[in-house]
Write a protein that binds this ligand. Structure first.
Ligand code: CP3
Length: 344
């Protein structure tokens, strides 16, 4: 049967008259209905592990805006938690994890086969969504790319420059590579289960790829994403993969070929006209409106939405922000972006 879902058509390389749209962090604190369901769950992690409520918040932005894709509600840090790291969130500060920087700590991580005991509720969420989403909406599963997840388990928190991960890479290469290997294998197992539960596409978030320079970018961002993509395509042919090496700059050129991904997501650090010439020529691209427009709105939002749409109108494009929407965003600005994209 010919593919009808617009996101899957774009991922297959089709140029559509209007690009399909979804938004990173579309289920999030800028929405009052999200805040209400999160309060009902108690806290963020309880929400992630409650299949009914996680499915509910995934559906909220679909009901409100009719986005073309829904992204599973979960977090990239659930995988390290399933591997045995402690994880908690400090209000106003973000995630905290027990650190892994020594051979002993690496040795205490659980084998990959055991992650599903913890992650089963996530697969249940996917199953509910596969049933309940409108038939035209694509369900996207996701995981963090190994480098980005490694930066959190090495530092025990988010860091502005990923310094602790760079230090371990320089000072104890075997432990660093052991962490990267375990995360790569874990990500393949985790995403395979999401696909088996009903995810129609998966996205790899390498949010801190931009701090990898020279050969390190190839070794620790591109190659792990390539291994994960190849393994998934072998097990689940036909399931498209989106790679998001955020902050890659001019290194976005060539990422389709180097990773084998069907789509490359770009942040707003690169200009859409440059992306058309250097990235979109190799396949579908996703992006890249600056998320600040969701706070500020107005004519600048309208102009920029049109400019990006038009610059990328010559090839396959999924409209999105350059990074996640922030809690300060005005829900009305999201509607203005969608109306502008679809209307004029
Ligand atoms: O995009 C989506 O709507 C799907 C769900 C999703 C979340 N996190 C929900 C979430 C996805 C795909 C992520 C990815 C994620 N998580 C990344 C990679 C993408 C990126 O944003 O760079 C990273 C680095 C994380 C780790 C993480 N989770 C951080 C740093 C934080 C704290 C940030 C903050 O604003 O407090 C989270 C929490 C988180 N993950 C929230 C949501 C909706 C906010 C939680 C809340 O309700 O308090």
């Amino acid at each position: 049967m010919a593919q009808q879902k617009t996101i899957l058509r774009a991922l297959a390389g089709e140029t559509l008259p209007t690009p399909p749209i979804w938004m990173m962090r579309q289920a999030g604190r800028y929405l009052p209905e999200y805040r209400a369901t999160r309060a009902q769950a108690g806290d963020f992690l309880s929400l992630c592990y409650n299949p009914e409520l996680a499915a509910e918040v995934t559906l909220q932005p679909i009901r409100r805006y009719g986005f073309d894709a829904a992204i599973l509600f979960a977090d990239i840090l659930l995988l390290p938690q399933a591997l045995g790291a402690d994880l908690w969130f400090v209000t106003g500060e973000g995630p905290r994890l027990s650190t892994i920087t020594t051979p002993e700590e690496l040795g205490r991580l659980k084998p990959v086969e055991e992650i599903h005991d913890t992650l089963n509720p996530v697969y249940e969420t996917v199953k509910i969504l596969a049933q309940d989403l409108p038939k035209e909406t694509t369900l996207i599963g996701f995981a963090g790319a190994p480098w980005t997840v490694a930066t959190y388990i090495i530092a025990g928190k988010g860091t502005p420059d990923q310094g602790p991960a760079h230090a371990l890479k320089a000072e104890n290469r075997p432990v660093f590579e052991g962490i990267m290997h375990r995360l790569t294998e874990g990500t393949i197992a985790y995403l395979s289960k999401q696909i088996e539960a009903g995810a129609e596409c998966v996205k790899l978030f390498d949010s801190w790829a931009g701090s990898l320079e020279g050969d390190d970018f190839t070794e620790f961002s591109i190659k792990p994403m390539q291994r994960i993509t190849a393994a998934l395509k072998q097990k689940h042919p036909g399931i498209p993969v989106i790679a998001f090496p955020r902050g890659a700059g001019t290194k976005y050129a060539g990422v389709h070929a180097a990773t084998g991904a069907d789509c490359v997501a770009v942040d707003d650090g690169v200009d859409a006209a440059w992306v058309a010439d250097h990235v979109q020529k190799d396949g579908c691209v996703q992006g890249n409106l600056a998320s600040a427009h969701m706070v500020t709105g107005g004519q600048a939002l309208v102009d920029e939405t049109r400019r990006i749409r038009d610059a990328l109108s010559g090839g396959a494009h999924i409209f999105n922000l350059g990074h996640g929407i922030t809690p300060e965003a005005d829900p009305a600005n999201v509607q203005l972006m969608i109306d502008t994209l679809r209307g004029g």
